[in-house]
Design a binder for this molecule. Structure first.
Ligand SMILES: O=P(O)(O)OC[C@@H](O)[C@@H](O)c1c[nH]c2ccccc12
Length: 369
């Protein structure tokens, strides 16, 4: 008997915005029997996914529906994909219940809390934002101009592992200095709690006349954050495979494409890289030399993963960004020889007396821009 879910297609007739608007917050799964094209289909989707499908009449892969339809929780699905970092803090002891006051974060990324604005409001704001710029195109052009990996120069005041990196911190001045010294793109931490970043910095840099495309460095766990980043002028966002299960990566990648934004999908190990390589439409992968578990940096991580999957990556035309721990021209040459076309560098630049001039020190030469 053909599965009820085969080729499940969420059709606008299946859901009405009115019924959804009375629904739970976006993160709650809407479960039940829905009538699609006259057939009863049992499925479970997040409200966001349904809203997106309503707008775009998207076909949902029936395998993904089975994943949800099996009634597994998002954390169960995540654990099956090797994801250790929970999207929500888990209770210290099950007996204590799962109220937020009882939850005990086991990792800084589990402490990411987002103030919620209604999704519809944020979606509308994103439509009125400054036009999106070509993040991947800027990286490719810079690589062609200089013959070395394009630079994504990062703006962060502090980090969990290192504390405050720069006391005299003016994000707009730093961004202008990065751009004047050859950065192809700029990464801006917007997470406040652990990196002392802000969306105000992102917005000020975007409105300052800086032309480099901007990466919003936020820990994305919900698609409304993507719309919110766009509404503040971001041209690209970071999706961390260590936090997001495959279904979320696919969905959020689709949201980015719909907004014209680039998605830098970040991996740390072979298992995450293999998961990401199974996803259609991936154009940009970041290999992080920094372990999000131990905060230890190992620059050979990029080389090791490129040796294992470089052929597949090149066949797919995916652009790879080497991330973290890059300080000297030798580090840049090592990353370049591993096969990356871009690098993401923060600490060694932001700590310098003149972050802009530090770029020539990093590459051992002036960059054309
Ligand atoms: O400051 P560094 O070592 O040059 O690293 C920059 C960037 O790669 C790093 O900030 C980063 C990339 N992805 C992350 C995820 C979480 C925390 C930090 C990061």
């Amino acid at each position: 008997m053909e599965s009820l879910l085969a080729g499940a297609h969420l059709h606008p007739a299946a859901f009405s915005p009115a019924s959804l608007s009375r629904c739970h917050p976006p993160s709650v799964v809407v479960r039940g029997v829905h009538h699609v094209g006259g057939r009863a289909v049992r499925c479970a989707y997040t409200k966001d996914a349904i809203l997106y499908a309503l707008e775009h009449d998207e076909m949902f892969n029936s395998e993904e529906v089975v994943q949800w339809e099996s009634g597994k929780t998002i954390n169960t699905i995540a654990a099956a994909q090797g994801i250790q970092i929970s999207r929500r803090c888990r209770p210290r002891y099950p007996s204590e219940g799962s109220g937020d006051d009882k939850a005990v974060p086991r990792h800084i990324l589990e402490q990411i809390r987002k103030a919620k604005k209604p999704l519809m409001n944020v979606m509308e704001s994103s439509e009125n934002a400054p036009p999106v710029r070509d993040f991947i195109g800027a990286l490719t052009a810079a690589y062609g101009r200089n013959g070395v990996p394009a630079l994504i120069a990062e703006i962060k005041k502090a980090s969990p592992g290192r504390g405050v990196l720069r006391e005299n911190f003016n994000p707009v001045e730093i961004a202008q200095a990065y751009e004047a010294n050859g950065a192809a793109c700029i990464s801006i931490f917007t997470d406040e709690k652990h990196f002392q970043g802000s969306f105000e910095s992102l917005e000020m840099i975007r409105n300052s006349g800086v032309k480099c495309p901007l990466l919003c460095k936020e820990f994305i766990i919900d698609s409304w954050q993507i719309y919110y980043a766009r509404s503040k002028g971001a041209d690209a966002i970071l999706l961390i495979a260590a936090v997001l299960p495959d279904l979320d990566l696919k969905y959020m990648l689709r949201v980015c494409k719909n907004l014209g934004m680039a998605a830098l999908i970040e991996v740390q190990d072979e298992r995450e890289l293999d998961r990401v390589l199974k996803i259609d439409g991936v154009e940009l992968i970041g290999i992080n030399n920094l372990s999000l578990e131990t905060f230890v940096v190992d620059t050979s991580n990029t080389r090791m993963l490129m040796e294992k999957r470089g052929d597949t990556i090149r066949d797919r035309g995916i652009l790879v960004v080497g991330e973290s721990g890059l300080i000297t021209p030798d580090d840049v040459a090592y990353a370049h020889s591993a096969g990356v076309s871009a690098i993401l560098v923060g600490e060694s630049l932001i700590k310098a007396e003149d972050p802009g001039r530090a770029i020539a020190g990093l590459f051992g030469k002036e960059l054309l821009h």
